[in-house]
Write a protein that binds this ligand. Structure first.
Ligand code: GLC
Length: 798
C-alpha cells in the first residue's frame, strides 16, 4: 500500500465522497441537478438527487416511459408523497416537487443505485432506486420507520407521470398524442398498466406498468384530478384536501400512475414496501417481471446483485498513486461513467430527445472500455461495423430501433466526414487487448450491400479517406469532422480538414501495424506510403508558422490561422499533430507552446481562441454559440483529454498530470459556485474565456472525455499499454511520484505492477522484474493465465 499524500476533496456544503465512494449529497437544492445513470441492457433511468428525471426502454426517443420537463425545473420525477391523515401533513422524502424543508434530508449516488433519506413528522424514510440486472424495470425500495412511541397511520402515494411513447411526437403534438392514452388498474397484477394505442406514426405496442408490494386502497390515473384544475404538482389538490382517489380507468387524458397505500404503523415499527416500474413489448410478461421483483426480500437481493455487478466491473483495472482523487476518478467514477455511457449514449439530461447514438461517440467509448469490459466493447464494435458502407464511409449515428441516421449520405454529399476514421482505433485496441487475431477474419455486413471481414472494413475505411481528398491533398471536410459545429464550411465539398488528415495519419499507422501483424506486407506498404504523403501535405499546407492551421473552407478561407481575427488557433490540430506523429520535433514543441500561450486557462485549454462573436454562414453554427460555450471556444474536456495524451507522448509527465487534474471535476478552481455540475463525473465542457460564466460545467455524463481520460490515466500517465506482444511499460508521471502501482488484468492473468521512481524522473524505464526476474526491454510478455504476477518497474534512464 502506498501512503496517500492527498486527501479527497471533502465536505463542500453540498456533499462529499464517503468511504464506499458513494457521493453523498447534503442538500436537495444543488446548483444543477446532480444525477446518476441506472441501467441494464434494456432499461435506462436517469435519476437526480431528488428522484427527478426520466426512464426509457431500449431507445430514448421511441420508447420513453416517463414524462419530464427539463433540467431547469428537474421535474417531474419518481416521487413518494406521504400524508398523515390525522394532521393533514403532506411531504415527500424527495423534497421535490413540494420543495418543503424537511427535518432531515440526504441523498446518495452509488454505483448502480441512488437513494434518498429523510426524516419528517416522526417518519424516517429510505427510498432506494435501482435497475436490476435482468428485467426491463426499475425498483423502488422504500423503508419506513415510525419514530414515534405510539401507533399511527400514514398513506403513501407513489407517483409517476407517463409518456409511454415517442418523445418527439409527444413534444410536438401533445394535444393529439394524449388522445391515444389508456391506463387502468389491474387487481391481479396489483399494478397500474399504461399505454398508448399504436398508430401508423408510432406502431409499437408497448406497456408501462407500476406495481406495489402492498395492496393499494385506491388509485389515480388522471393528472388533472390529482393536481386539481389549474393546479400543479407543487401542491396537488387531492393530497391537500385529503380527497380520495377516483379509482377510474383513463382514456384520452394526461396520464399518471398514483396508488394510495395505507400504512398502519405500530410504535417504532419499520416496514419495507417495494414498487416496480417497468416497460415491455410483451403484455404477457408483465406478471412475471413483477413477480420476480416485487417481494421485499427479492428486491433487496436484486439490489445486492446490482451492487456486486458494479463492484466486479469497477474492480477490473486499478491504479494506486499518491493522488487519491486521480485514483477515485480513474478507478471508480470516471470508469463508471464510461461503462454507463458505452451502454447508453442516446439521451442525457441536457439533450433528452435524441434517439440512437453517434457513431464516433460510441467508437471512442468502445475504445476506452475495451480494457475494462472487452465483451461489452466487442458487441458494440460489431454493431458499429454494420453501419459502415461498402465505400468505407460510415453513417454519423443510428438508432437500434429506427436504423441509421442520414441514410443515403454516402451518395453525393457526405454527412460527417470523420466517422470511419475511428474504426481502426477500436479494432486495433480490441486486438491488442485480447490477442484474438481471428477477430479480423470475422465477416460483417456493410450497411448498403455485401459483407467484408473486420480487416476489410478497416482497409475500406482507409481507402475511403484516400479517395476523398481535396485540392491540398487533405481529406474533405463535408458537414463536420470531430467538431460538429463547423457545419457550413465544407458543405460544397471543397473545404479540407487538417485535423482529419492527422486523425487519418494516426489510423494509417495503426492499420499498417495491423497489416504487419497479419503478414499483409502489401497493405502495410500502401498504408505507409499514404501516411508519408499525407504527413508531407499537412506539413506543407497546414503549418501556419507557430501552429497548425484549423480548416480550409469551401470559400478558400483559412480558419485557425494568425491571419484570423477570431478563431486564430484551434486546439485539436496541435494535439493531433503529436498523436499522429506528423509534427517534426521542433514543430511539435512549437505548436504545444502556442497552445499554452493562446489557449490555456485554469480550467484547461479552450477549443480555439478568440471566440466567434456573430454568425458566419460560411463557417457554421459554431459562430452563433455564445462566446465561450460549446464548440465556440469553450474548454472542451474531450479535446483537452487528447492533449493530455499528446503531452504524455512528448514525455511531459508534469504537464500531462497537471492538465488531467484541471479537466477533472476535483480541480480546486472548480468551486461549486463556479462549476455547479456533478463533482463526480466529467463534464462535456466548461464555459470558456470570453464568457462571464467562465468555469461553469455543462452537459455532463455523455462525453468522450470519460474514455479518453481513462486511457490517458492508465495507458499514458501510469503508462501501461497493450501491444500485440504484451504490455508495454511507458510511465509518464510528475517527478514527485515516488512510487505507484497498477493492477492490470490482461489476457486472463493479473499483472500487479509496482513502479519505483528513485531519481524522480518524469519518464523512462531503467529496469523491469517479473516475479523477481529481470527482463529485457519494456514489454511484459503475455503470461500464463489464471495467476497474479508481481512486476517491479524502476524508472530512470537505461
Ligand atoms: C459532442 C459530440 C461529439 C463531437 C463534439 C464536438 O461532444 O457528441 O461527437 O465530437 O461534440 O463537436
Amino acid at each position: 500500500m502506498i501512503l496517500k499524500k492527498t486527501k479527497l476533496k471533502l465536505a463542500t456544503p453540498y456533499g462529499y465522497f464517503n468511504d464506499e465512494q458513494e457521493y453523498v449529497i447534503l442538500r436537495p437544492d444543488t446548483p444543477k441537478p446532480w444525477i446518476n445513470y441506472l441501467s441494464n441492457r434494456e432499461y435506462h433511468a436517469l435519476v437526480s438527487q431528488t428522484g427527478g428525471g426520466f426512464s426509457y426502454y431500449k431507445d430514448s426517443k421511441c420508447h420513453r416511459i416517463l414524462h419530464w420537463e427539463d433540467h431547469k425545473s428537474d421535474r417531474p420525477g419518481r416521487y413518494l408523497f406521504i400524508r398523515d391523515p390525522k394532521t393533514n401533513d403532506v411531504w415527500t422524502p424527495n423534497w421535490q416537487p413540494l420543495r418543503k424543508r424537511l427535518e432531515q434530508w440526504q441523498a446518495k449516488h452509488g454505483f448502480g443505485y441512488s437513494s434518498i433519506f429523510s426524516v419528517e413528522k416522526g417518519v424516517e424514510t429510505q427510498l432506494t432506486y435501482f435497475v436490476p440486472p435482468q428485467d426491463p424495470c426499475e425498483i423502488w425500495v422504500v423503508t419506513l420507520r415510525n419514530l414515534k412511541d405510539h401507533d399511527r397511520n400514514v398513506s403513501l402515494f407513489p407517483y409517476v407521470h407517463w409518456l409511454c411513447g415517442d418523445y418527439y411526437l409527444e413534444r410536438d403534438y401533445k394535444n393529439i398524442l394524449t388522445l391515444y392514452n389508456e391506463a387502468y388498474y389491474d387487481e391481479t397484477l396489483q399494478a397500474i398498466v399504461a399505454f398508448k394505442h399504436p398508430t401508423s406514426s408510432r406502431h409499437f405496442e408497448t406497456y408501462g406498468f407500476f406495481a406495489s408490494s402492498v395492496e393499494p386502497s385506491g388509485y389515480e390515473l388522471n393528472y388533472e384530478k390529482f393536481v386539481g384544475k389549474y393546479g400543479s404538482l407543487s401542491d396537488p389538490r387531492m393530497l391537500r384536501k385529503g380527497e380520495s382517489c377516483s379509482n377510474e380507468p383513463l382514456r384520452g387524458e394526461e396520464m399518471i400512475g398514483v396508488m394510495e397505500i395505507p400504512i398502519h404503523f405500530r410504535a417504532r415499527q419499520e416496514l419495507t414496501i417495494v414498487f416496480v416500474l417497468g416497460f415491455t413489448e410483451n403484455k404477457n410478461q408483465i406478471s412475471e417481471i413483477i413477480k420476480r421483483n416485487i417481494k421485499p426480500m427479492d428486491a433487496k437481493q436484486h439490489l445486492q446483485k446490482t451492487k456486486v455487478f458494479w463492484k466486479h466491473k469497477l474492480d477490473s483495472i486499478k491504479v494506486e498513486t499518491p493522488d487519491s482523487e486521480f485514483d477515485l476518478m480513474t478507478n471508480k467514477w470516471g470508469k463508471y461513467q464510461l461503462l454507463q455511457i458505452t451502454r447508453w449514449r442516446s439521451a442525457s439530461y441536457y439533450s433528452p430527445g435524441e434517439g440512437g447514438r453517434g457513431f464516433r461517440d460510441t467508437a471512442q467509448d468502445v475504445e476506452g472500455a475495451i480494457s475494462i469490459d472487452p465483451y461489452l466493447s466487442r458487441e458494440w464494435l460489431e454493431k458499429l461495423l454494420t453501419y459502415q458502407y461498402q465505400s468505407g464511409h460510415a453513417v454519423a449515428g443510428f438508432s437500434e430501433i429506427e436504423g441509421p441516421w442520414e441514410i443515403g449520405t454516402d451518395k453525393g454529399i457526405l454527412g460527417k466526414s470523420d466517422v470511419a476514421v475511428w474504426i481502426p482505433f477500436m479494432v486495433s485496441a480490441y486486438l491488442k487487448e485480447t490477442g484474438e487475431r481471428s477477430f479480423l477474419d470475422l465477416e460483417i455486413p456493410y450497411l448498403d450491400q455485401g459483407k467484408g471481414t473486420v480487416w476489410e472494413h478497416c482497409v475500406k475505411a482507409m481507402d475511403h479517406f484516400w479517395e476523398s481528398r481535396g485540392e491540398k491533398g487533405l481529406p474533405l471536410f463535408w458537414k463536420a469532422e470531430w467538431n460538429d459545429a463547423l457545419d457550413r464550411c465544407g458543405i460544397k465539398g471543397k473545404g479540407e480538414s487538417p485535423w482529419l488528415a492527422m486523425a487519418y495519419c494516426r489510423a494509417l499507422l495503426q492499420v499498417e501495424e495491423l497489416a504487419h501483424f497479419i503478414g499483409d506486407e502489401t497493405q502495410a506498404q500502401v498504408m505507409r506510403e499514404r501516411y508519408d504523403e499525407m504527413k508531407k501535405n499537412i506539413n506543407e499546407k497546414a503549418w501556419d508558422g507557430d501552429w497548425y492551421t484549423g480548416i480550409f473552407t469551401d470559400e478558400g478561407k483559412v480558419l485557425g490561422s494568425k491571419t484570423c481575427e477570431e478563431g486564430k488557433i484551434y486546439l485539436n490540430p496541435q494535439s493531433w499533430a503529436v498523436l499522429s506523429q506528423v509534427a517534426p520535433e521542433i514543430r511539435a514543441a512549437r505548436c504545444l507552446k502556442s497552445v499554452e500561450a493562446y489557449l490555456d486557462t485554469k480550467f484547461g485549454p479552450a477549443l480555439h481562441w478568440p471566440p466567434y462573436e456573430s454568425y458566419d454562414p460560411t463557417v457554421g453554427r459554431i459562430t452563433a454559440f455564445a462566446p465561450g460555450t460549446k464548440e465556440n471556444a469553450a474548454i472542451f474536456s474531450h479535446a483537452a483529454a487528447f492533449l493530455v495524451v499528446a503531452y504524455a507522448m512528448q514525455k511531459k509527465g508534469k504537464k500531462a498530470y497537471e492538465l488531467f487534474s484541471k479537466i477533472a471535476p476535483y480541480n480546486p478552481e472548480k468551486t461549486l459556485q463556479i462549476y455547479q455540475t456533478e463533482p463526480y463525473v466529467y463534464a462535456e465542457y466548461c464555459y470558456g474565456l470570453g464568457n462571464p460564466r467562465l468555469g461553469l460545467g455543462a452537459f455532463n455524463w455523455n462525453t468522450g472525455t470519460a474514455a479518453w481520460m481513462f486511457m490517458a490515466a492508465t495507458q499514458w500517465i501510469v503508462g501501461v499499454r497493450p501491444t500485440f506482444e504484451g504490455l508495454m511499460i511507458d510511465p509518464c508521471v510528475p517527478s514527485e511520484w515516488e512510487s505507484f502501482l497498477i493492477q492490470r488484468p490482461f489476457r486472463g492473468a493479473v499483472y500487479e505492477i509496482h513502479f519505483k521512481n528513485p531519481n524522480r524522473v518524469e519518464s523512462g524505464v531503467k529496469e523491469i522484474f517479473v516475479d523477481g526476474k529481470r527482463i529485457e526491454g519494456n514489454i511484459l510478455p503475455v503470461l500464463a493465465p489464471g495467476k497474479v504476477y508481481k512486476i517491479e518497474v524502476v524508472m530512470g534512464s537505461v
